[in-house]
Design a protein around this ligand. Structure first.
Ligand code: GAL
Length: 703
């Protein structure tokens, strides 16, 4: 969830008692252990971390906190991202000494440090002296000091100041052996709607379209007399407006966040050792900018994984991991995650006992190489007093501490087996921000959510195949046996070419409902859906219908057994134009137009295949369709079929595969293994494993 929204959940309770050390007993044993030193050891392959804000505490307290962290197996601290006012208390006067000491103290306790540049929280003097750096919201209201993110991402003065502080930090810590990486800013969220940003948007459009003639034509501006005669007439439109402006505004915002980031990234890169990675903490499904655009300059992708209200949904959360892994197509970090509960959801319930550990292993299984808890300890005042932590206001461990300690021990034990491994799949799901935005701006059915649409395909495909990649439609696809594009609404020429080539080379492409309706200007394709893929498909969409009620669907989906399936929200009437097109399923009796008409068609093209599914199937329907897709494409389960609720996550390395298995079912479950495997956590060799609810096994096999 965007950071700023969380600020709306301000709850300022009475100041807590300033009680210090009741924690002495808890940490007594720690001092008997010889402290590790980060500098003298290699970085562990799997890291447990936490966000620590030394600037909020007296220095005399640091040692106790770091000892408790070390005792929990925490090997990484994430800090600095909100410390600008402490680092530069007045313009041009810097105090880095305390941060030097904090980093060194963490190193002494065997921890590595990820430093955040502090630009999401500019100090009051800055805002006061340079009011032009303030953000203007959609309604034209100027932000102010007192929360965070009051800055304007496009403002040149702010960029100069942000670059300045990032450069100073990089010069100071770029060669520090304890610092292993950098996080730029914190959760890019809010665009600005001020006059200068609008000017930049107009210039951006000029660079994209070249002439007003081209722009007017691409956006069909004679419509409602919208024609532009000069660039400065073009407005920002963000919620309702010309579809061409809407989509381009989002792209402009994405490019602006990219250049905002690059501004800092360049000075860090120029001053830091190459071993120090640069990332930023993204937000999973957040739709405010195109993550592919922003991630391209980073070394690794990272995201903040919060459940909020309720419990971990391994499907939705797992897909967000796969999305993040797809940004750089390699392992990623969970830079922040909740220690039990948050403070910003409508009901901030805690995850159950065991669920935090299950979630940590679910993260690793999806390709995370670090899991870091936000935050270590709550500041005694400030907007987030109620957030979950690992130690309480009194500085002693909360009940969750011992579960996190267990995770720390397990990460250390499993590290060598997991080193050099990452998930890999035969199945790719295509995800595109352009398409998501295009559908969100014109849902046509207010209940149509493009992420839920993607998940409706992801769920059965992931359950059966046990591993999915989520990649953009421009990615290289030749290694996949099956490529599924749910709601690929916007298809540019380059995307069309990539997909056609994939099928011609022998791949199986499945297009989900609403695919191929728009071009890259968010205008309608001049053909029916799926636009540039109609010829390849040998069929097309004759008409689309938003649905108020579910409708019946009848079909066999190849060898999958016939199901009583339903379609909901959306239905497209398909037609087969070529003789070799096979109808997989038809609509039952519904609105008359659809009755008996094709809902899913498929066609073999050389060694490849293309399929179009025109309705949002219910779960049974998606199960049948998913089974059929995998089967006909030759995709097998990564491990074996497992009981319902058990998740299998394979990570592959050279000559080995490590399976993380987590039981999210309510009861204990047994997984029978196809071959004997080494039990990495419990020891020994196993032919089957029994897992209680939230139980975890890590198994290693030779490949
Ligand atoms: C994140 C943010 C953190 C903290 C956390 C609380 O969005 O990056 O600074 O506010 O939420 O859940």
């Amino acid at each position: 969830m965007p950071t700023l929204m969380r600020n709306h959940w301000l709850s300022r309770s009475a100041p807590l008692f300033r009680l210090y050390p009741v924690f002495l007993v808890a940490i007594a044993g720690v001092f008997l252990v010889t402290p590790l030193s980060a500098q003298n050891a290699p970085v562990p392959p799997i890291l447990l971390g936490t966000s620590w804000y030394p600037e909020q505490w007296p220095e005399a307290r640091w040692e106790a906190d770091l000892s408790l962290m070390e005792n929990a197996g925490i090997r990484m601290v994430h800090m600095g991202e909100f410390a600008w006012s402490r680092i530069e208390p007045s313009e041009g006067h810097y105090d880095f000494d305390w941060l030097d000491r904090a980093v060194a103290a963490a190193g002494k306790h065997g921890m590595w440090v990820v430093l955040g540049t502090p630009t999401a929280g500019p100090p009051a003097w800055l805002t006061e002296k340079y009011p032009e750096t303030l953000r203007v919201n959609r309604e034209g209201k100027l932000a102010e000091h007192g929360n965070r993110e009051q800055f304007n991402f496009a403002n040149l003065k702010y960029r100069e100041l942000a670059r300045g502080i990032a450069e100073r930090m990089a010069k100071r810590f770029g060669h520090n052996p304890v610092v292993i990486g950098w996080q730029i800013d914190n959760e890019y969220t809010e665009a600005s709607f001020d006059a200068n940003t609008r000017k930049q948007f107009q210039q951006w459009l000029k660079a994209r379209y070249g002439t007003l003639e081209k722009l007017n034509s691409a956006w069909t501006t004679p419509y409602w007399s919208e024609t532009y005669f000069s660039w400065d007439q073009i407005p920002i439109q963000d919620e309702y407006g010309n579809p061409g402006i809407l989509l381009n505004w989002k792209r402009f915002v994405s490019d602006t966040w990219r250049s905002y980031q690059k501004n800092q990234l360049e000075v860090i890169r120029a001053n830091a050792d190459p071993r120090q990675f640069i990332t930023t903490n993204m937000m999973g499904w957040f739709e405010g900018y195109d993550h592919y655009t922003v991630a391209q300059d980073l070394d690794i992708a990272a995201w903040d994984d919060y459940v909020g209200q309720g419990h971990l949904d391994p499907v939705r959360n797992g897909a967000a991991h796969d999305l993040t892994r797809g940004l750089k197509q390699k392992n990623f970090w969970v830079m922040e995650t909740q220690p039990g509960f948050v403070n910003w959801a409508p009901i901030n319930n805690s995850l159950d006992k065991g669920e935090v550990r299950a979630m940590a292993w679910h993260d690793i299984g999806h390709g995370a190489d670090a899991v870091s808890y936000w935050q270590w300890r709550s500041a005694l005042n400030g907007q987030e007093e109620y957030h979950g932590t690992l130690v309480g206001a009194d500085g002693s461990p909360v009940p969750l501490y011992s579960e996190v300690q267990q995770i720390g021990q397990e990460f250390a034990r499993a590290g060598p087996a997991l080193a050099g491994t990452s998930p890999r799949s035969d199945v790719a799901i295509l995800h595109s921000y352009d398409s998501r935005w295009a559908i969100m701006y014109q849902k046509h059915n207010r209940n149509y959510d493009p992420i839920d649409e993607l998940l409706s395909y992801y769920k059965p495909l992931r359950r059966i195949s046990q591993s999915i990649d989520i990649v953009p439609p421009t990615a290289r696809l030749e290694s996949y046996k099956l490529v599924v594009a749910p709601g690929l609404n916007v298809i540019s020429d380059a995307i069309a070419e990539n997909l056609i080539e994939y099928v011609r080379q022998g791949g199986h492409l499945v297009l989900g409902q609403r695919s191929g309706m728009k071009d890259e200007n968010n205008g309608l394709q001049p053909e029916r859906q799926p636009g540039p893929l109609v010829n390849l498909l040998g069929g097309r969409v004759e008409q689309y219908y938003a649905l108020t009620d579910s409708i019946p669907i009848e079909g066999n989906f190849g060898s999958a057994k016939s199901q009583a399936m339903q379609g909901k929200l959306w239905a497209e009437l398909l037609s087969a134009k070529e003789d070799d097109v096979e109808v997989l399923a038809r609509y039952g009796k519904s609105n008359g137009w659809l009755d008996g008409q094709p809902v899913a068609i498929t066609r073999k093209v050389g060694r490849g295949r293309i399929t179009y599914i025109g309705a949002w199937f219910d779960e049974e329907g998606m199960e049948a369709a998913g089974e059929w897709m995998l089967d006909i494409s030759g995709v097998k389960s990564a491990l074996a079929s497992v009981p319902q609720g058990v998740e299998v996550y394979p990570r592959y390395g050279t000559n080995k595969v490590v399976y993380v298995i987590v039981n999210f079912a309510n009861d204990a479950q047994t997984v029978v293994l196809p071959v004997s495997m080494a039990d990495v956590l419990a020891g020994g060799v196993k032919k089957s494993v029994s897992l209680v609810r939230f139980g975890v096994a890590v198994l290693s096999a030779v490949q």
